[in-house]
Design a protein around this ligand. Structure first.
Ligand code: ZN
Ligand code: ZN
Ligand code: ZN
Length: 144
């Protein structure tokens, strides 16, 4: 039994590593189902929770309030820039944020403070694609 759980967790870990950016449990479950692994959604949730607790995966909330996960390449505390459109994720250090969080916590008498700061937006490529005028559409409209 223990061995079977380990195998499933390792399979989930591999799928997470192969993902481009942050993914939800449902996303990973869909990938694993396509690979015919027979791993259920509840098992994916459990495996992700275990990986996050062990520090092997980053967990954060998407703007929609969904828990999303990533196998991070950075060790230790860090932040993310995440593209809302294509899922591109950049791991960043944020010295300003560390200093501000420490100062603000201390000023209010808080100790053992932790914080989660991630930036969701459109990456450079997606921003460029969005602002590029689509000439074919307007040409069609003008012709009609
Ligand atoms: Zn990360
Ligand atoms: Zn993008
Ligand atoms: Zn930080």
């Amino acid at each position: 039994m223990a061995q079977r759980n380990t195998w499933q967790r390792e399979r989930v870990r591999t799928a997470l590593s192969d993902a481009r950016g942050f993914v939800s449990a449902q996303d990973l479950h869909a990938t694993l189902r396509d690979d015919n692994t027979g791993i259920g959604l509840a098992t994916v949730y459990r495996a992700l929770a275990t990986l996050a607790a062990a520090g092997d995966a980053d967990q954060l909330q998407s703007p929609d309030g969904e828990a999303i996960y990533r196998a991070c390449s950075s060790e230790g505390h860090h932040h993310h820039l995440i593209c809302r459109s294509c899922g591109l994720t950049v791991e960043i250090q944020a010295t300003d944020v560390e200093q501000w969080a420490h100062r603000t916590a201390a000023a209010n008498g808080f100790t053992r403070a932790e914080h989660v700061v991630d930036i969701f937006g459109l990456c450079a490529a997606c921003s460029a694609a969005e602002t590029t005028p689509v000439d074919t559409n307007s040409a069609e409209r003008d012709g009609a």
